[in-house]
Design a protein. Structure first.
Length: 225
């Protein structure tokens, strides 16, 4: 089945305390967004990349694309006011069915193996969402009280979150561009089953200045260094 990757890049750098949008900050000399796109192309050179950006960032992207991807066909579309709206904008580009991964542009350390696993499970069962187990103890807040919970019953959700195109489109048509925090929640709300694949603790979302200091074991290219 044809493969797609919607790369969502809507950050403006508020928590990063930077005038540069976080997806354009540099790690090892290259913009974060470049590393993220490279990972999907390392998985499959034929994957169709759909990049969702705010209109105000399009000129910055044009310069990056000219330098790093001069021969790569990357489709650009404008983002919406919410993450869900941005993903819907990306989905609107896709004609026909296939398998689509939705990935945060600011997760540059995702492994090719995680991407591969998510596509394989989505093709087989309709969805493949990357998660990792919790390391810390957790407590649930209820009013002025807190209650200990068994961390074995919970996972942390990452991206990529990969789905059959037809099913994810149907889920968004039913749910709309609400305040869902991820695509798996939209998929589940529409009655579809969310299937999980093993992610990686290296697959962090670059959000604050401290995140730029991370030295992942997986590196920035290929399966590992």
């Amino acid at each position: 089945m044809k493969k797609y990757a919607i790369i969502v890049a809507g950050g403006i750098g508020t928590r990063m305390k930077s005038d540069v949008p976080k997806q354009f900050l540099r790690i090892d000399g290259d913009p974060i967004i470049v590393h993220s796109i490279r990972k999907f192309l390392a998985f499959d050179k034929a994957v169709e990349i759909i990049l969702v950006l705010p209109e105000v960032h399009l000129k910055q992207w044009d310069a990056i694309a000219f330098q790093y991807f001069p021969d790569q066909n990357i489709t650009i579309t404008s983002g919406g006011p919410t993450r869900s709206a941005s993903v819907m904008s990306g989905l609107a580009i896709i004609e026909g069915d296939g398998i689509v991964a939705v990935h945060d542009a600011v997760r540059p350390f995702v492994s090719v193996e995680t991407i591969k696993s998510s596509f394989q499970l989505a093709e087989k069962s309709g969805s493949g969402v990357a998660v990792v187990s919790l390391k810390d103890s957790i407590r649930e807040i209820e009013g002025d009280n807190s209650i200990a919970r068994d961390r074995a019953n919970y996972v942390m959700v990452q991206t990529p979150q990969t789905f059959r195109v037809s099913q994810l489109k149907d889920a968004y048509e039913k749910a709309g561009a609400g305040l869902f925090t991820d695509d798996a929640s939209v998929f589940e709300a529409a009655g579809y089953k969310v299937n999980l694949v093993e992610g990686s603790y290296d697959n962090v979302k670059i959000t604050t200045p401290e995140d730029l200091k991370i030295k992942p074991t997986q590196g920035l290219s290929g399966f590992s260094n």
